[in-house]
Design a protein around this ligand. Structure first.
Ligand SMILES: [Zn+2]
Length: 653
C-alpha cells in the first residue's frame, strides 16, 4: 500500500470557451498550472493536471448555425486551436476534458439527479434580465437604463427579459455553511485580499440559482425532463470532478480529489468561490483547498479580451523566441494575484537582460572555457576553497527558499531568487577570472575547480528553473553531459556537486539569443493587430553587457561602408533600406534610422557596419549587415559618420 501513501497534487485551469481563439490570458493561466504541476512532480508528488474546453451553450449553438455546422462539429473543428497552443507552450497536462465528452455529461446528470432527490434542486419559474452574449442573468439589482432596458455590466450589450420554467439550485440553504467554511479555511480564496469580497457577497444574501434552460438546446439534457438543458455554469464547474474521474474512475477520483488549487481569472471568482463549493457541499463531496484568482495581462491598460480587440497572439512570441522566454516573462514579471502590463519592450528587455545576458552568457562562457582549456572534460580538480564553499552554500539556501516559494505559488519570487544566485555565479567567475588562471600552467587544478564550480552552479540553477523553463533546462543539462533530464531528479535528491568531474561536456549552443528591440518592434509594427501597440514610454534601461575577450571582439567584422542608395521601407515609419558599398561588394541593409534621417541625408555618407552578422529578413526585406548608431532617449538613432576620406571596406578595429 506504499503507492497509496504518496502525496498527490491536483491543479486545474478553467475550461476555456472552445470557440475563443486562445490568447496570452489563456496561455498565462495554463503556464502557471504547468509550472506548478512540474514543480510538484519534482517534489515527489503524484500530480494530476486538468485542463480543457467548455463546449456547450447558446453562443456555440449560434456560431455553429451561422457556419451551417452542428454545434458538435463546430467544437471539433476549433478545439485544435487550444490543443496546439498547449503543445507549442510545452504544457504537460494529464487530461484535457471537453464538456461534450460522455464521461462528463453522465457525471453532471448523476449529480443533478442526486441533488433533485435530496431536494437541493427543485422546479420553479424564473423571470429575469438575461445577457445572451454572456449566457448569464444580470444581478437583480442591476440598474434599469434610460430606455427601460438593462445593460449587461460585463459586455455592455442590451439584455432581454427571459421567463421560463426552470430548475433551481437551493443556494440560499448554503449561505451559513459557506460563511462557516470561509471562517475555518481563510486560505480558500487567494490572494487573501479577495476573500473579503467573496464573504461579503455571501453575507449580502444568497438567492436560489436557476440552473436549467428551455431556450438552449445545446447542453446536457436534464435527466427525465429533456425539454430542459443544464445551464452552462452548473455544467462547466462540474468538469473539475468529472475530469478527475467522478463516476467513471472512482479510484482515480478518490486519489486526486479534492484539488489543491483551481487557477482562475479573477473575473470568475464568484462562480468558483461561492457556487462551486455550494454544489460540492450539496453533493457531499470534499471542497478544493484553494481557488487562486490570478490577475489580468493588460495591454494599453485594458484587460486583454477578444471583444476589446487588443488580444495578443502568443505565436508572435513563440515563433520568434520559443516557449521558454514567454513562460519566464509571464511568471517572472508579476505576482500571480496582480495585474501585469504586457509590452513588447518589457518582454524584450527581460529576455535580453535576464536570459541572454545573465544566464545565457554564464552558460556560454563556462562551456566555451571548458572546451578551450580542457577539451570538454574537467579533470584534476583542486580541493574546494572558501569562496567555492560560499557559492555552494548560496545554492543550498537559494534552493530552500525557492522551494518555499514554489510551495506557496509565489513563482515570481522563486525566479527572482534563482536569478540572484545566477548573479552570484557570474560574480564568482569574474572574481576568479579563469581566463587569467589559464595563462599559468601551475594553476591548472585551480582553473579546473573554478570551471567545475561554475558548471555546478549552472546545473543547479537550471534544476531550480526547470518547472518554468523545461526545454531550456533540458538543453543545458544535455550540454553539461548529464544523462538524465532535470525533471527526473527530485528536488530533495539534488546535490550542488552531484556532477561527475570527468564527464564529457559539449560545446555551447545558443540558448537565449539576444533580441534587437528596434528590429523586433519594427517587425511587429508591420502587423495589423499591433497597430494599437504602446510605444516606448521611457528609455529602456539597458544593463551593461558582460566583459568579452579580445578574441570574441575580433569575431566582429566591422567595416567602413559607403551609402550608394537609400529609400524608405513601405509601411514602416522607422526603417530605411540602404544599398551600401563594403569594399568587396554591394550589400543591402535595413536600418531603424528613418526617424532621424531622410533617405537623401544618407547617400554618400560613410559609417561603420558589421558585415558578418547573420542576414535577417525585416518587414520582408533582407538585411545583410547592421550599421552602428547611438540611441537617444526615446529610441531615435544617431549615426556616427566618418568626416574625412576613408575607402569603403576599410577595416574598423
Ligand atoms: Zn454580457
Amino acid at each position: 500500500m506504499e503507492k497509496k501513501s504518496k502525496p498527490t497534487f491536483t491543479v486545474t485551469t478553467p475550461i476555456y470557451y472552445v470557440n475563443d481563439v486562445p490568447h496570452i490570458g489563456h496561455a498565462y493561466t495554463t503556464i502557471i498550472a504547468d509550472a506548478l504541476a512540474r514543480y510538484n512532480k519534482m517534489a515527489g508528488r503524484d500530480v494530476f493536471f486538468l485542463t480543457g474546453t467548455d463546449e456547450h451553450g447558446q453562443k456555440i449553438e449560434k456560431a455553429a448555425a451561422e457556419k451551417g455546422l452542428t454545434p458538435r462539429a463546430l467544437a471539433d473543428s476549433v478545439v485544435g486551436r487550444t490543443l496546439d497552443l498547449w503543445k507549442a507552450l510545452d504544457i504537460e497536462y494529464d487530461l484535457f476534458i471537453r464538456t461534450t465528452m460522455p464521461i462528463h455529461e453522465a457525471g453532471v446528470q448523476k449529480v443533478f439527479l442526486r441533488l433533485l432527490e435530496k431536494g437541493d434542486i427543485y422546479k420553479g419559474e424564473y423571470k429575469g434580465w438575461y445577457c445572451v452574449s454572456d449566457e448569464a442573468f444580470l444581478a437583480e439589482d442591476a440598474p434599469l437604463g434610460k430606455d427601460g432596458v438593462k445593460v449587461c455590466p460585463d459586455c455592455g450589450k442590451a439584455a432581454v427579459v427571459v421567463s421560463e420554467p426552470t430548475y433551481f439550485f437551493r443556494l440560499s440553504a448554503y449561505q451559513e455553511k459557506l460563511l462557516e467554511f470561509y471562517e475555518s479555511h481563510p486560505r480558500f480564496v487567494r490572494p487573501a485580499s479577495r476573500m473579503n469580497e467573496v464573504a461579503s457577497f455571501v453575507r449580502g444574501g444568497l438567492k436560489d440559482l436557476s440552473i436549467t434552460r428551455t431556450t438552449v438546446r445545446w447542453g446536457v439534457p436534464v435527466p427525465g425532463d429533456p425539454a430542459h438543458t443544464i445551464y452552462v455554469w452548473f455544467d462547466a464547474l462540474h468538469n473539475y470532478i468529472t475530469g478527475t474521474g467522478f463516476d467513471w474512475d472512482m479510484e482515480r477520483f478518490a486519489r486526486f480529489w479534492p484539488a489543491q488549487v483551481h487557477l482562475i481569472g479573477k473575473d470568475i471568482l464568484r462562480f468558483h468561490a461561492v457556487f462551486w463549493p455550494a454544489f460540492l457541499m450539496a453533493s457531499g463531496l470534499p471542497l478544493p483547498e484553494c481557488v487562486f484568482g490570478h490577475g489580468w495581462w493588460l495591454k494599453d491598460e485594458a484587460k486583454m479580451s477578444k471583444s476589446r480587440g487588443n488580444v495578443l497572439d502568443p505565436y508572435t512570441i513563440i515563433h520568434a523566441f520559443g516557449p521558454d522566454p514567454l513562460r519566464y516573462f509571464l511568471l517572472r514579471e508579476v505576482p500571480i494575484g496582480l495585474d501585469g502590463n504586457f509590452s513588447h519592450e518589457g518582454f524584450v528587455h527581460r529576455v535580453n537582460s535576464d536570459l541572454a545576458n545573465d544566464f545565457g552568457n554564464l552558460v556560454h562562457r563556462t562551456l566555451t572555457m571548458i572546451q578551450q582549456y580542457f577539451q570538454g572534460r574537467l579533470e584534476g580538480v583542486d580541493a574546494e576553497r572558501e569562496d567555492d564553499r560560499a557559492l555552494r552554500e548560496a545554492f543550498d539556501s537559494t534552493r530552500a527558499s525557492v522551494r518555499g516559494h514554489y510551495e506557496s505559488y509565489a513563482l515570481n519570487k522563486a525566479l527572482e531568487e534563482i536569478w540572484v544566485f545566477i548573479g552570484a555565479a557570474n560574480k564568482y567567475l569574474a572574481d576568479n577570472a579563469p581566463w587569467k588562471l589559464a595563462k599559468d600552467p601551475s594553476r591548472r587544478g585551480r582553473l579546473a575547480r573554478v570551471l567545475y564550480q561554475a558548471a555546478c552552479a549552472i546545473r543547479g540553477a537550471s534544476h531550480l528553473a526547470a518547472p518554468v523553463m523545461p526545454a531550456s533546462a533540458r538543453k543545458i543539462w544535455d550540454l553539461l553531459g548529464e544523462s538524465t533530464t532535470p525533471q527526473e531528479v527530485a528536488f530533495d535528491a539534488f546535490g550542488f556537486d552531484g556532477m561527475a568531474c570527468g564527464q564529457a561536456m559539449k560545446a555551447p549552443r545558443a540558448l537565449f539569443p539576444r533580441v534587437d528591440l528596434k528590429l523586433f518592434l519594427a517587425e511587429e509594427a508591420g502587423k495589423p493587430e499591433a497597430s494599437k501597440e504602446t510605444r516606448p514610454q521611457s528609455a529602456i534601461k539597458e544593463t551593461t553587457m558582460d566583459v568579452i575577450t579580445i578574441d570574441e571582439f575580433k569575431k566582429l567584422d566591422l567595416r567602413v561602408a559607403l551609402v550608394l542608395k537609400a529609400e524608405r521601407v513601405e509601411g514602416a515609419t522607422k526603417l530605411l533600406k540602404l544599398q551600401i558599398d563594403v569594399g568587396t561588394e554591394t550589400r543591402q541593409i535595413v536600418a531603424g534610422v528613418a526617424e532621424t534621417y531622410a533617405p537623401e541625408d544618407l547617400v554618400g555618407k560613410r559609417f561603420i557596419v558589421i558585415v558578418n552578422l547573420k542576414p535577417a529578413v525585416i518587414r520582408g526585406v533582407e538585411s545583410q549587415g547592421m550599421l552602428l548608431a547611438g540611441i537617444k532617449e526615446g529610441g531615435k538613432a544617431v549615426i556616427p559618420f566618418f568626416e574625412g576620406e576613408i575607402p569603403a571596406g576599410s577595416k574598423v578595429q
